[in-house]
Design a protein around this ligand. Structure first.
Ligand code: GH3
Ligand code: MG
Ligand code: MG
Length: 609
């Protein structure tokens, strides 16, 4: 994937680069060009027309002049002939609005003219642009024309025609060359050019006005049809680029831009879906990873259940979770975690399925008011189920081993933005099943089946760990050994089951006296060991007393046998001697203190400091 740093992108379009600006300027230049072209063509056409008209007039004048000249010559000739022609020329010049008329002889001398100042002047004939056609041109090249300028800069049209040589002329002149003369007529172009200029200004003005109207119209249509959808699209793309995956653009036309908008919306939808899928996959892998870590960190069942409940609450941003697990002694535990309620652990003695299907009132609280009917259905169908309340989801995921319900994860108040689908929960279920079985096996292996306390092997292993930690950290550690007084009598008098019931209750009362970090162990028949990390030496008597009193506080029931008995325990406590102690020496000292308590009358606490 090519990543583009936002700083690399110029996010604003400069005015000069804006499409409407470029298009408008282009249109203006084009209009100017077209107008100029039209003007030029018109001017050229008119000039051609003027020249044709003026040349026609000139031709007629030349013919008339030739005839007149011939008749005057034949009538006697002499200098009056040219004066007469000059008078005629003035007359004709006025009639056709010519600047002047000159009649030249074969050498270019002005013999007659409407402008007397020109009489006698000589115009060079050969190859003189000021006398087009003179001297060399053939008859068919006439009328010959040229546009000339005066030294003052005003322009005029010069038309040259030869005077036709007739047989009459040859009566006096020796030949055609001898009789040749020319009629030169000049027309002033200034009025024409002035009119042209005026017209140019008008046409140019009209062209500009038309261009402006056109520009306004095109700009309006362009903004409506092109720029508006483009601007909307640009804004939506900006939002998408800025991370707003919900950015969509309105489709306001059915043309190509509408299609572009639809493609954009489709693409944005795809991106949103992909990102959501990635996020879901990420949530799933993080969730499963955290659970695996949690499960391997705490194989012991209640810790595992707490961990799962906490992780699910946290990762799914839920309001409440409850994780039920069946225990090795066919009871159940339930670890709950809630945003408001915090964490808690509950226990029960029936099998999990029985307990959940019975829908006892206590579950209403454990489930934070998720309907019991919903839970019962999940337990009976053994299938994952969702329910929705407002914009929150709740799911209940059964954990099944073969066909037996061994766990149930209930998660309530998951916000809609968190994607929790069946695939994710199916995978979660597989992990939870494995972890629950492992945890069950492990917990069974370290737990005493009768009392639910930890067994001796586990207790000694943990004692070794606690001893090492205390020695390394120079921290306190205490060990208490408790033994039920005259327990044999209970068995002997009330039977073994009654003894079991007493053992169970004594274990429960002893475990209830210690902190969460302390470990209560059934060490032997009716002996209990308490590992008390960080127990201050000054508090040992208090702890011992608390245990003794908890057991002695009230008679203990004999279970199914019926009735109850006052039961007491003797307690021996010792504190760690950091330098020399080992597990054996600690246990031995606690044992000795216990025997001292027995010796000194039972139902008492002895402390070795
Ligand atoms: P003391 O005050 O000196 O400790 O007297 P005691 O009778 O408690 O001591 P003793 O060691 O003589 O008797 C322990 C009895 O505990 C013997 C055994 O039958 C009984 N016991 C050990 N394990 C169990 C058990 O799991 N269940 C029952 N019911 N009894 C047990
Ligand atoms: Mg005993
Ligand atoms: Mg004993």
């Amino acid at each position: 994937m090519v990543m583009t740093d936002e700083a690399d992108i110029d996010l604003k379009v400069r005015l000069w680069d804006c499409i409407p600006v470029r298009l408008g300027l282009g249109l203006l230049v084009l209009t100017l060009l077209i107008t100029t072209l039209v003007l030029l063509t018109l001017a050229r056409q008119e000039a051609r027309q003027v020249i044709a008209t003026d040349a026609g007039h000139a031709r007629e004048i030349a013919t008339i002049t030739a005839a007149d000249l011939a008749s005057r010559m034949l009538a006697g000739g002499g200098p009056d002939v040219w004066a007469g022609i000059s008078a005629l020329a003035s007359q004709y010049a006025g009639a056709i609005d010519a600047l002047r008329i000159l009649v030249l002889n074969k050498t270019g001398v002005v013999k007659a003219s409407s402008d007397s100042a020109r009489l006698g002047q000589r115009i060079v004939m050969a190859a003189n642009p000021e006398c087009p056609g003179c001297g060399t041109a053939r008859e068919e090249d006439f009328p010959a024309t040229a546009i000339l300028s005066t030294p003052q800069g005003s322009r005029y049209l010069r038309v040259v025609n030869p005077v036709a040589v007739t047989l009459d002329c040859l009566q006096c002149h020796a030949g055609v060359a001898e009789a040749r003369s020319y009629v030169v007529i000049d027309f002033d172009l200034t009025p024409l050019e002035r009119a042209n200029k005026q017209r140019q200004m008008i046409i140019l003005g009209m062209g500009m006005a038309a261009a402006l109207v056109l520009l306004t119209l095109i700009t309006f249509l362009f903004r409506r049809m092109v720029m508006r959808p483009v601007d909307l699209l640009v804004a939506s793309m900006g939002r998408l680029a800025g991370g707003d995956l919900s950015a969509r653009t309105p489709v306001i036309a059915s043309n190509e831009l509408g299609l572009l908008a639809r493609h954009f919306n489709h693409m944005a939808g795809q991106i949103e879906d992909q990102v959501a899928r990635l996020e879901a996959a990420n949530t799933e892998s993080q969730l499963l990873y955290t659970l695996v870590v949690e499960a391997s960190k705490n194989l012991e069942m209640s810790e595992f259940a707490r961990g799962v409940s906490r992780v699910i609450l946290d990762r799914l941003h839920a309001r409440y979770t409850a994780f039920f697990l069946e225990t090795a002694d066919s009871g159940w535990i339930c670890a709950t975690a809630g945003v408001q309620q915090g964490e808690a652990l509950a226990r029960g003695e029936e099998t999990l399925a029985t307990a959940l299907i019975s829908s006892a009132a206590q579950f209403q609280q454990l489930l934070d008011n998720v309907p019991l009917q919903f839970i019962r259905e999940v337990c009976q169908t053994q299938k994952l189920q969702f329910r929705r309340e407002g914009d929150e989801k709740t799911f209940a995921l059964p954990v099944i081993v073969e066909t037996r319900l061994v766990g149930l994860l209930v998660c309530a108040g998951i916000p809609d933005k968190i994607r929790v689908n069946s695939d994710l929960l199916h995978n979660l279920g597989v992990h939870l099943t494995l972890a629950a079985v492992n945890s069950g096996n492990y917990t069974g292996a370290i737990t005493d089946g009768l009392t639910g306390l930890k067994n001796k092997r586990y207790g000694l292993a943990r004692l070794a760990e606690a001893l090492l930690a205390a020695q390394r950290n120079k921290a306190a550690l205490a060990l208490a050994m408790c033994d039920i007084d005259h327990f044999k009598r209970v068995n002997d008098t009330h039977g073994h089951p009654a003894g079991d019931a007493v053992l169970k209750e004594v274990g429960h009362r002893i475990a209830g006296c210690v902190r969460k970090t302390d470990i209560a162990v059934r060490y032997g028949g009716e002996e209990f060991l308490l590992i008390l990390p960080a127990a201050d030496a000054n508090l040992l008597a208090t702890i011992g007393e608390k245990i003794r009193q908890a057991v002695a506080a009230s008679p203990i029931g004999l279970g199914a046998t019926g009735g109850s008995l006052p039961i007491t325990v003797s307690v021996g406590i010792t504190a760690l001697r950091a330098e020399e102690d080992s597990v054996e020496s600690l246990v031995d000292r606690a044992d000795r203190m216990l025997y001292r308590a027995k010796d000194r009358g039972r139902n008492r606490v002895e402390i070795d400091r």
